[in-house]
Design a protein around this ligand. Sequence first.
Ligand SMILES: CCCCCCCC/C=C\CCCCCCCC(=O)N[C@@H](CO)[C@H](O)/C=C/CCCCCCCCCCCCC
Ligand SMILES: [Ca+2]
Ligand SMILES: [Zn+2]
Length: 291
Amino acid sequence: MAGVHSGERMAGVFSYESSEIDWCEDNYRHSEHVVESFNTMSSFIFFIISPIMLYLLHPYAKERSLAIHLVWVMMIFVGLFSAYFHMTLSFVGQMLDELSILWVLAVGYAVWFPRRLFPSFIKDSLLQVHVDFCLCALRRRSTFSKLVLVITVISSVSSFVKPTANAYALNCFGLHLLYTLIIEMKCCTDQKALRLAKLSIALWVLAISCWLSDRFGCSFWQRINFCYLHGFWHILIVIAVAYGSTLIAYLDASYEIPYSLPGLQYWPCDKWAVGLPHIVLKGNPKTEKRC
Ligand SMILES: CCCCCCCC/C=C\CCCCCCCC(=O)N[C@@H](CO)[C@H](O)/C=C/CCCCCCCCCCCCC
Ligand SMILES: [Ca+2]
Ligand SMILES: [Zn+2]
C-alpha cells in the first residue's frame, strides 16, 4: 500500500499544474497541452543566444580556459527546463528550472569571480609557500571553486525545503552579481566597458521589473489584457546575461591574460548601436607567457 502511495506521489510531481507557482499568463489559452504558450515560446530565446555566445567567446575561452564554455552550454539547459516548466507548470519543471539557474550561477562564479575579491582565508592561504605566481593563482581559483561547489550542493538540497522561496533566493545571487560588477567598475576608465556596464544594468533592471510586475501586479495586467511580462523577462534576462557576463569576462581577461590585449566588440557589426558583445584578442598569445 505504501508503495502505491509513493508511486502516486512520484507521478504527482510530474503532473500538470503540480507546482505552487502560476505566472500571470492565461493557462491553456492556445493549446490544451501547453499551459502557458507565450512563456514557453519565449524560453526558446536561450537556444538562439547561447550558441552565438559560445561561438563569440571561443577565442577568449581557448586562451583562458575551456571551462568558460560551460556557462553557455548550461544556459541551453536553462532554456530547455524553462520551456518544460511553463509547458506543464509541474513541480519537477519548477525544480529543474531553478536548479539549472543555480548551477549556471555557480559555474559563472567559479570561472569568473575576480581573484582579488576572494575571501581572505583563500587569498592568505598560499602566502607562506613560495610557489610560482601562476600556479598560486590557479590553486586559489581551484580552492574558491571547491567552496562554490559546497555552497551550491547545500543550496540545491535546501531548495526542496521551501520551493516557493527559491526564485527570490536566486534573485539575491543576481543582486550580489550586480554589486560585484559595480565594485569592479568603480576604478574602470575604459569607455567601452563603462557603456557595456550601463547597458547590462539597464537591461537587468528592466528584466527584473517585468518579473516582479508579473508576480505582484497580475490583476492590473489582466485588466488591460496584457499578461506577457514573464515572457519578456525571459528575453531581457538572457540578453542582460550576455552583456553582463561578457563584461565580467573582459575584466577577467584584462587581469589574467593582459598579454593577449583583450578588446570589446559587437556582433554582427561593431558600428551598430545594438548587437552581442564579445572579446577580441589583439595580442599574439603564442609568443607570450601563459598562466
Ligand atoms: C562573477 C559571476 C558571473 C556570473 C555569470 C552569469 C551567469 C548567468 C546566471 C544566471 C542565468 C539567469 C537565467 C534566467 C533564467 C530564466 C528562467 C526563468 O524565468 N525562471 C523563472 C521561472 O520561470 C524563475 O522564477 C526565475 C528566477 C530568478 C532567477 C534569477 C537569476 C539571476 C540572474 C542574474 C543575472 C545577472 C545579469 C547581469 C547583469 C548585470
Ligand atoms: Ca498562468
Ligand atoms: Zn520563466
